[in-house]
Each structure stands twice: as C-alpha cells, then as structure tokens.
Ligand binder design. Structure first.
Ligand SMILES: NC(=O)c1ccc[n+]([C@@H]2O[C@H](COP(=O)([O-])OP(=O)(O)OC[C@H]3O[C@@H](n4cnc5c(N)ncnc54)[C@H](O)[C@@H]3O)[C@@H](O)[C@H]2O)c1
Length: 317
C-alpha cells in the first residue's frame, strides 16, 4: 500500500509528510520510512500486542478505504475557495489533480506539486463552452492518463429579489451551475465508462437546494442547486451499473470570496447557523474525501449537508 498520508495529514492539511494510522511514518509518496511506538504504547504485554495487531489490521483497512493513491481527480472551479481546498484534499489523499477553471489557481500548480507531492495540472476552461470543455477533458486524459474522480465545483451566486431577476442573469446562473456541472459530470462519466473501472462524481449543491436562506434572496441560484441535488440521485441510479457513484454536498455559509462579496451579510453568516459560526472550506474536506474514496463504495445518490445545522431550521431569532 503506497499511500496513506492521510487522516492526520488531511485534518491538518499538512503537505508532503504524514503519519499513518498504524504508526508508520511516510515519505512524500507514502513509502514507509520507519515504525515508531507512540507514547503510552511502549512495553505492551502479549495480550495487548495481540489486540494491537487486530487494531492495526482495522487501521490498515480504514487507510485503504480513504486513500486516493494512484487516482486522477478533476476539480472544476478548483482555482480558489472550496474547489481549491478540495483539490488539496484529493492530493493529500494521494490523487493526481486536474484543476479546470476560468481563472488561474490562486496557488500555482508548481507550488501545489512541491507541497503535496502529487501531480497537478491546470487548464483554463469555461463550463459554458462545449468546445472548451471537450478540449480540457481530453487534455486531462492525455496528460494524466485517466479520470477516476470528478468534483463539479464551478459555480456563481446571485442574491436579488425574485421580482427583479432578469432573463439574462438567470440564464447565466443555470448555464454555469446546472449545465456546466451536468456536462462536466457527463464528460467524466464517459471517460470512466470507457476505462471500465467505475469512478466517483461529487457535485457541489448548496443549502439553497434545501430551503430559503436567512436574509438572502436566491431563487434562481437555489433552483440551480436544487437541480444539482436531484441530479445526484438520478445520475446515481443511471450510472450504478457502471460502478460510477454520484453524490452531492450541500455547503451552508462557507467563508470564501463568493460569500465575502456579500459584505452586509457577514454577521448573518456567523450568527444564523445553529452551530453559531460560519463554515470554513476545511469543514467540507473529509465529507468529499469520503465520497471520493473506496470507503463510500456502497454510497451513491446521497446528499451530505454541511451547514452547521442551518438546513434543519433554527430556534434563536
Ligand atoms: N461559499 C459558500 O458559502 C457556498 C455555499 C454553498 C455552495 N457553494 C458552492 O460551492 C462552489 C464553490 O464556491 P466558492 O465559495 O468556492 O466560490 P468561489 O467564487 O470562491 O469559487 C468558484 C470558482 O468557480 C470558478 N468558476 C466560476 N464560473 C466558472 C465557469 N463559467 N467556468 C469554470 N469555472 C468557473 C471561479 O473562477 C472560481 O474559481 C460553488 O458551486 C458554490 O455555488 C458555496
């Protein structure tokens, strides 16, 4: 088992070097360098050594279930915010990563490669361009050899009263958020079917797919994310015979440049979730990491809401 730089490394987003659950230290590509006895576990008697062997087996099993070693993951909208955090997560779990976005990544691919020890590539791609999308996905296969996972994260938001929405801006929301995600998933799935080894697709929906949001008027945005949430179910059923799993994540208020643009709502973002804080991109990492890995091999058509509880309502006013 080559990779296993995981749990601790992902939790702390520690690049390159990690510690395995079984106590081995790992090189940047996950090779075991040495074993060590963690504090408090030295001088075990025979029976505790036996139980330690059993727990080591369990830990190795868990490691194999969350490892993405040897995989290739595409992240649309991966140049900043949630997408960039997820690109780093996939790499920390062992995957090579292709970032497809209209803008350059906020961290250069060479720096990401240095920090994570995985291959990173970036291609400029607009999810509203059929030609551009075909070209970019072809490039990923040409350069990284295959596609195992795809996270559709590219998206834009619009906060405006329903009565003032125009055709043009509403169409743009649907083009980017719905059709862009739909055809990204389709291109990834076509390649996965060709490869014959299955795959995992995670589509980023939103709390706006579940309910109205405090202090925001996001009707067409919510409709676009509602479409993503349903696609997670219908595509899951349709693609299951190919062993391609499709799931969605519904983030609540997450501190990124997208949410930062709503300057007058920052206090609302902090105070309205029942958990009493705004979410960070880090709050989404293990949910997406789980859905991408083999640990979720029997999980498809599921939505994980990561909202600090807000999608369930609130008591405090
Ligand atoms: N931040 C939040 O509070 C929040 C909450 C719920 C859901 N979401 C969803 O999470 C996803 C990421 O959001 P974020 O907060 O990181 O936003 P962000 O604006 O920081 O990042 C979005 C990324 O998508 C890219 N993008 C936009 N239009 C594109 C296009 N036409 N083609 C290709 N790439 C494009 C941008 O360049 C950017 O890198 C979005 O789908 C968003 O709707 C965000």
């Amino acid at each position: 088992m080559r990779n296993i730089r995981l749990a601790f490394r992902v939790a702390e987003m520690i690049p390159r070097r990690g510690v395995s659950l079984t106590g081995g230290k790992f090189s940047p590509r996950g090779r075991i360098l040495s074993k060590y006895a963690p504090n408090g576990r030295r001088g075990l008697n025979t029976s505790s050594r036996q139980s330690s062997n059993v727990s080591d087996t369990t830990k190795k099993l868990i490691e194999s279930k969350i490892s993405l070693d040897g995989r290739v993951t595409i992240i649309t909208g991966g140049s900043r915010g949630i997408g960039l955090a997820l690109a780093k997560t996939a790499a920390a779990l062992g995957s090579d990563v292709a970032i497809l976005d209209v803008q350059e990544p906020e961290t250069s691919v060479s720096q990401l490669e240095r920090e994570y020890g995985s291959r990173f590539i970036f291609h400029r791609m607009d999810v509203t361009s059929k030609v551009g999308m075909n070209l970019a996905f072809d490039k990923v296969v040409e350069e990284l050899g295959k596609v195992d996972n795809c996270v559709t994260c590219a998206g834009i938001a619009l906060d405006k009263p329903f009565l003032e929405h125009t055709w043009e801006e509403s169409r743009r929301i649907l083009d980017i958020n719905v059709l862009g995600s739909f055809f990204s998933a389709q291109l990834a799935a076509k390649q996965m079917v060709k490869q014959g080894n299955g795959g995992s697709i995670v589509m980023i929906a939103s709390i706006a797919a579940h309910c109205a949001i405090p202090a925001q008027r996001v009707s067409i945005y919510g409709a676009s994310k509602g479409a993503i949430k349903l696609l997670g179910k219908t595509l899951a059923v349709e693609m299951a015979p190919f062993n391609i799993r499709v799931n969605t994540i519904s983030p609540g208020f997450i501190a990124t440049k997208m949410s930062a643009q709503f300057t007058d709502l920052q206090e609302v973002f902090k105070t309205t979730p029942p958990m009493g804080r705004i979410g960070q991109p880090e709050d989404l990492l293990l949910a997406v990491g789980y859905l991408l890995g083999d640990g979720a091999s029997y999980t498809t058509g599921t939505d994980i809401a990561v909202t600090g509880g807000l999608h369930n309502g609130r008591i405090e006013v």
